[in-house]
Design a protein around this ligand. Structure first.
Ligand SMILES: [Zn+2]
Length: 339
């Protein structure tokens, strides 16, 4: 046993030495860009998602680095979204993406969804509660829309990568719970998903990112089904954002069965189909929606039917939602309800 450990230890030391020497020989370490961790305590593509990337368009012609529409005009950062306000209230930590020193903080801005009526209230404080961190070699990161009272660092503090800065909130100019992260190098905005792209260009080929590969088991995705489920009656986009719809599951006494989805990053021309299948395996309601005339950052859809006179059949209901582009299926979701 002891000798096996000795072999492991020796191998480890030699490997470690090779790594150290490799860095020293290449002289690359100093010139390396900033390597970023994911700025939220979540799994990207699992329980958090990118809603908007940096705008690579020119003028009003916005586009993300992948030539898609998951951005908006002038967006200078990346929006890491969590699925609902319910989850935001439970608390999702905002994490420093790299070692550095805190340059500035703001706290005390209330958490509230932006409406046209409240736009003036956040003028000059669009970032809401936030943190700015200076990193090595002229790199800087800014974190926005954090929860009121959650910012736990002070200007001048040394911060290590992964340190908790606060929690995701709804402060400043935001319509959904997310962290906006801006990355700058020598004062210029850098898209961490495409740091090498020429200004004003985009590419469907994924190049190197600033994120560490071990942290970023991620590829560009649009048409992400963010929320889905069944409810017992009409449902609004706000209800979905609140994330409390589990309490409204239909049962055999309900006056209606409604299925809903909310999808991020749908494209112009996308055809969405939505159906509810009854316990005997036949669609009881089905709708093919007109092709989208413009891309949408997020899109909510509903389908449902009223309780028949004879009542609901007992058994398993399912809902099938799908998106296609021409004849090509692009995304789908199948979910179930039993009573
Ligand atoms: Zn943003």
């Amino acid at each position: 046993m002891a000798s096996r450990w000795a072999i492991y230890l020796r191998a480890f030391l030699i490997f470690g030495m090779a790594l150290t020497l490799g860095e020293a020989w290449s002289g690359k370490a100093a010139a390396d860009p900033l390597h970023l961790a994911i700025p939220l305590e979540c799994t990207l593509g699992g329980d958090c998602f990118v809603q908007n990337y940096v705008d690579h368009g020119t003028g009003s012609d916005y586009r993300d680095y992948h030539c898609g529409a998951m951005t908006y005009e002038g967006h200078d950062g990346t929006d890491f979204r969590i699925p609902s306000i319910k989850i935001q209230k439970q608390g999702v930590s905002v994490l420093a993406v790299a070692d550095g020193r805190v340059k500035a903080v703001r706290d005390g801005v209330p958490d509230a969804i932006l409406t046209s009526a409240t736009k003036a209230d956040v003028a000059g404080e669009e970032c809401g509660n936030g943190v700015v961190i200076d990193h090595k070699d002229g790199w800087q990161t800014q974190y926005c829309h954090m929860a009121q009272g959650s910012v736990g660092v002070k200007p001048g503090s040394r911060i290590v990568r992964g340190a908790v800065l606060g929690r995701v909130g709804l402060s400043g100019a935001t319509e959904f719970p997310h962290l906006h992260l801006t990355v700058r190098h020598n004062g210029e905005v850098v898209d961490p998903f495409a740091p090498n792209l020429a200004p004003g260009s985009c590419s469907e080929k994924q190049g190197p990112t600033l994120f560490d590969e071990k942290d970023l088991t991620f590829d560009y995705h649009d048409r992400i089904v963010l929320n889905f489920g069944f409810v017992d009656g009409p449902v609004s986009g706000e209800d979905i954002e609140q994330g409390d719809l589990k309490s409204r599951l239909p049962d055999h006494d309900s006056q209606a069965i409604v299925a809903y989805v909310r999808v991020m990053g749908v494209k112009k021309g996308d055809v969405q189909t939505f159906a509810i299948i009854g316990p005997d395996g036949e669609p009881i309601v089905k709708r093919v929606f007109d092709p989208l005339t413009s891309p949408k950052a997020q899109n909510s859809l509903y389908i449902g039917l009223k309780r028949p006179k004879e009542g609901w059949k007992l058994g398993i209901y399912s809902a099938i939602y799908s998106i296609s582009e021409g004849n090509m299926p692009k995304a789908n979701k199948w979910f179930f309800l039993q009573f």
